[in-house]
Design a protein. Structure first.
Lengths: 329, 329
DNA sequence: ACGCAGTGTGTAACCGGTTACATGTCTCAA
DNA sequence: TTGAGACATGTAACCGGTTACACACTGCGT
């Protein structure tokens, strides 16, 4: 037996489909009698409305597309948790569309969002503006998260990477560190670029301070490798700022293995404040990731529901958190 | 200007909608000329097929519902990562439906999956069989993950909790621990129950071994609280097995604060092998969570695509990982 | 000449809802 | 008695695709 449709319900309740629809959607003008008959039939048949059909005729899906790069770990789960909170509060479901690096399939998958979602939250810090424009489905409201904006084509919400990196720079300068190393993130990544640039700008304002920047890829392993290379190069340094916590943790391991004291010989700082940072006493920049997700989705839903356009661009604040790896042991 | 429809494309290309549809779906019997005209029109209009309309007429959505409890952290991101891998490989999108504890909305949200997904992966270790039956949408293929099965109504894939707990028990017995504590998970949770039960069964086979079980809720905090209470109660113990790593980490903190040596005075073990466990040297049971997600989704897609029913029930293997908190310091 | 098979295309029904509009009934005032 | 107005209900068009079926055209064998 196939699934019951609204017409099955109508014929069992001896009313028209219009009446069934009205009862189901809580429309006022329905007699008590009709309401009861319909309710009974719905229960008896175990009827559940068909979402695709409803979407088609109402042009609303009550789903929001979430487009994310190949994320792992805390960052992913936190941002989704924030979005999920808002989504379930406001009656939406989240449709996940991961953007696997270099997958041509990913692009077409995105366009397939048309007719499936009422809007999309897009986080793609590794895409250029042109790639982005070519990838996004047309006619779907978009909010960009942490992604290069398209000069006002879509509202964008970004982390205040510059402020965070500057705060770390100032902190290290205040500690009187002179030979500073920055382990940067992948070159194509917008967050990584902003952090590196702001950090360099501020740190080189210090008197007699040298800065050396090496490249990583945001993985713990790459942080470890980078520091090991520096150690063997004999190049002296007394502070390391990694573009994210993962790499900072890798750096800590390399230093520990080499017997360098942290923070006495080398101060270490990261970015993100993942839970592990707290356990390891890592100085870092706290990013309220879940809040970023919440805020992004709220803004998007506001525009989807027509409650006015959000401002073109917002910076999400971050906060310096000083812990043992730069403070007292 | 509204979005282009297939009829707009048809009229611009001077062909019928049927031909457009055939071209778009790579149907063979189309003349070269028609194909070109349609391709041109599609490009010119920026046409993208409307997913809801397609779903409705084809009765396929190419989406899979993922129903998860209020998860945070690694467990969530890992399981989703595994599913996502399979999903994008096989051309599906994931629709996330979190089951917030005690939210009546959650239930109705689940039924709303009808017409939106081709099947659902359901993980709800806190629901009873009856609750589950009342919550699931009818007529949608389901695979249960780590959830009390409904005696064969749906295929189920579960962690081999019993094997993991037994392995920990044997390990502790081999270390000659005599006064063992188990910090259990929430009482309504199926995983927690299985772990507690199997652990108790095996550990009490040891000669002259006592077991004390206290209750936690899977949070780090609750592990800390439990151990602190035990310490102040003066009750002696030389081993702690927490039902998950989070609680084990809390336990470690409480022990460290009290100055108890780990593993000399008290051996500590957890369950899950979250990344932090490796960093802290926590002995635990490794669960390949991403694999669980991959496997679950593969099985589900097989049944959705009619490649035969998976076995009614599968146990996902786990593995003991011995580290510093029970081994040599 | 005819029938027949094969090929490409178009027409229209259908998927399962929503909803504008028409219809029917009832009440009450003129 | 009649007509207006309020109200509940039903009919059918519509959302945007897919596809069964009908049709027209071609080239072939007899």
């Amino acid at each position: 037996m196939a699934e019951a449709t609204i017409r099955d319900v109508a014929s069992r309740a001896q009313v028209s489909v219009a009446s069934v629809s009205r009862v189901l959607n809580g429309f006022e003008k329905v007699s008590q009698e009709t309401r009861e008959r319909v309710t009974e039939a719905v229960a008896a048949l175990g009827y559940v409305p068909h979402a695709a059909a409803r979407s088609l005729s109402m042009a609303r899906t009550h789903s929001i597309g979430v487009v994310l790069p190949d994320l792992h770990g805390e960052f992913f789960s936190e941002i989704v948790r924030g979005m999920d909170r808002v989504a379930s509060e406001r009656g939406y479901l989240l449709l996940l569309a991961s953007l696997h690096a270099g997958s041509p399939l990913g692009t077409s998958a995105l366009r397939a969002l048309r007719g499936r979602v009422d809007g999309a939250l897009v986080m793609a810090p590794h895409l250029s503006e042109e790639e982005l424009a070519a990838t996004l489905p047309p006619g779907v409201p978009i909010v960009l998260l942490n992604t290069r904006g398209q000069q006002g084509r879509h509202p964008a919400i970004s982390l205040d990477n510059a402020a965070g990196a500057r705060a770390i720079a100032e902190h290290l300068l205040a500690l009187d560190r002179k030979r500073v190393v920055h382990i940067a993130g992948p070159p194509g990544n917008a967050d990584a670029q902003e952090r590196a640039q702001a950090f360099a700008a501020r740190v080189t304002e210090g008197h007699g301070v040298t800065l050396q920047t090496v490249e990583g890829d945001f993985s713990e392993r790459s942080g470890e490798v980078a520091v090991t290379a520096l150690l063997t190069s004999q190049e002296p340094f007394d502070a390391v700022f990694a573009a994210n916590d993962n790499m900072a943790i890798g750096a800590l391991q390399a230093l520990r293995q080499a017997g360098r004291q942290v923070p006495e010989a080398v101060a270490v700082a990261g970015f993100d404040d993942i839970p592990m940072a707290r356990h390891l006493g890592l100085t870092t920049v706290q990013v309220r990731i879940a809040e970023l997700g919440e805020f992004g989705l709220s803004e998007l839903l506001d525009t989807v529901e027509g409650r006015g356009m959000p401002p073109a661009s917002t910076l999400h604040p971050v906060e310096l958190v000083v812990r043992a790896t730069t403070g007292q042991a």
